[in-house]
Design a protein around this ligand. Structure first.
Ligand code: FAD
Length: 463
């Protein structure tokens, strides 16, 4: 009797506990990926994620073939597809890695119910440093704030050693039918907006390993460089980690083994675990203010054409603030944005334009290759101040001084070619210095005026 291996955001063979368990059972293994756009409240993947998924699945199929196996593709509601596959194949068990997005938790419950009594369902851990929900405070409660969570998790580190990829995965005598990846139309056609992504990324486990290797020796300089958008100082592992093409334990051990102090990097990796812990406690974090006084915030109305025009200008990198525009164009072209610039661009939307953080969260969801329900929502709510941690609303970032402080001139020249002839310090604020080229837009709103408007709006959220 075969066993089924259900892949989701864990598209790797190394350190994949569900695969190790399935292959170790001695039974033939049927690996399957289900394109599920139907489970209720399931957030459909955005365009950039779908592009990534296409390539990642193709790469996983190649890797499985090298191990004597292959990847079956099906689409539909997870529990229905799995129940019918069990029926078709007589499988005795399903193995998967546990996921924490609210729709996946519901789907896991539905799968457990839908299976016949003689088919076991095993959910393994392994996509996080520790299973979300397992690090608890002394009183047994869950942590809401990052720093105490990080300190508590740190006590349990390092994570256990990564498991090797199995060399051979036992195959069934007859393979059930599979859809083809082309059937799913995951890639953009007209227009093909993915050129910049193809240039920058190599989705799949081999691409993830290559990124980690390239970064490991630089990890000790991460602290000095990570905030400088003009320098490639971070790991670029986020989409690989999101799709589970590499495990966080592998990243932990590899960067530690390179020597030097890499704690600052490891603490960023812990942010990823923290975000999952938050969505475990607050499953609606992507759509609801955690701090309900924010329900009273007088956001500008996106149905008003002038507000909509401001929002569109933000998405297109046409705000008149070079650092924001550089970031938004980098995002559109490559599916990724530097972390410091994500903070500046998000703060600009929320505070300078006074537009509800949820509109920005949705835009990022659609355009980021690393779009992740937990990490995206946690960072947007953190920037807004509406989240479970400290209220940051009044910390209104000044994009122009951030741009100077973090030395963003080269970054701006790369992404905003209209400004490429400008020298420092003019490039950070061409309008103020009277050197704004005609092709570059005026500021949507001045910093001082925006700040006053935002603070006035915030005062309405107070009881
Ligand atoms: P590195 O700096 O090399 O960090 C290593 C890894 O740690 C990252 O790959 C990521 O998995 C994790 N990490 C680092 N910082 C954070 C953080 N603040 N929160 C959660 N995990 C973190 N990250 C996502 O993975 N998906 C998202 O959808 C996402 N949305 C964001 C939205 C906003 C408004 C902001 C401010 C940040 C967001 N981030 C998100 C966090 C962060 O910007 C990215 O993880 C980081 O820029 C990815 O680049 P890197 O892999 O080079 O990161």
């Amino acid at each position: 009797q075969p066993v089924i291996l259900w892949f989701r955001r864990d598209l790797r063979l190394a350190d994949q506990k569900a695969l190790t368990a399935a292959a170790g059972s001695g039974s033939p293994v049927i690996p399957v990926y289900i394109l599920d756009d139907e489970t209720p409240k399931h957030r459909k993947m955005g365009g950039a994620s779908r592009w990534w998924l296409h390539h990642s699945l193709a790469s996983l199929d190649d890797d499985l073939k090298k191990a004597g196996s292959r990847l079956l593709l099906r689409h539909g509601k997870s529990e229905e597809v799995l129940a019918s596959l069990v029926n078709e194949t007589g499988a005795s068990a399903i193995h998967c890695i546990r996921h924490y997005e609210p729709w996946w938790r519901n789907a896991e419950k539905a799968v457990a119910k839908a299976l016949p009594a003689d088919c076991a369902f095993y959910c393994h851990d392994g996509n996080y440093l520790l299973p979300p929900g397992s690090v608890t405070a002394g009183s047994g409660g869950q942590y809401k704030i990052y720093t105490p969570f990080m300190r508590a998790l740190w006590q349990h580190m390092p994570p256990s050693d990564p498991l090797p990829a199995p060399k051979n995965i036992p195959a069934p005598q007859n393979w059930p039918k599979s859809e083809t990846i082309a059937d799913w139309n995951l890639l953009p056609t007209r227009p093909d907006w993915a050129g910049g992504m193809r240039d920058m990324w190599k989705p799949g486990e081999a691409g993830a390993k290559a990124r980690l290797e390239a970064f490991a020796d630089k990890a000790r300089h991460y602290d000095e460089k990570r905030n400088l958008p003009s320098v490639a100082g971070s790991s670029f592992l986020s989409p690989h980690l999101h799709f589970g093409e590499i495990s966080p334990a592998t990243c932990w051990h590899r960067t530690m083994s390179a020597g030097g102090s890499v704690d600052v990097f490891l603490k960023e990796l812990i942010w990823r675990d923290y975000a999952q812990n938050v969505i475990c406690q607050f499953p609606e974090y992507g759509s609801k203010n955690a701090r309900d006084t924010f329900d009273k915030m007088p956001w500008r109305d996106l149905d008003d054409p002038a507000v909509k025009a401001d929002f569109v200008a933000w998405t297109k990198g046409q705000t008149g603030y070079p650092i924001v525009d550089a970031g938004m164009r980098q995002l559109w072209t490559t599916g990724w944005m530097h972390n410091r610039v994500r903070m500046i661009a998000a703060s600009f939307l929320i505070k300078h334009l006074l537009i509800d953080w949820r509109a920005g969260e949705q835009w990022f969801w659609d355009t980021l290759v690393d779009a992740d329900y937990g990490s995206n929502a946690v960072n947007w709510q953190w920037t807004a101040g509406s989240g479970v941690d400290s209220n940051m609303f009044v910390r209104i970032m000044a994009p122009l001084s951030q741009s100077e402080k973090f030395d963003a001139a080269r970054y701006i020249r790369e992404w905003v070619p209209e400004l490429s002839d400008l020298r420092e310090p003019y490039i950070h604020d061409p309008e103020e210095h009277g050197v704004r080229p005609k092709a570059y837009p005026r500021k949507l709103i001045g910093h001082k005026q925006a700040r006053e408007r935002a603070l006035a709006a915030f005062s309405e959220t107070k009881d």
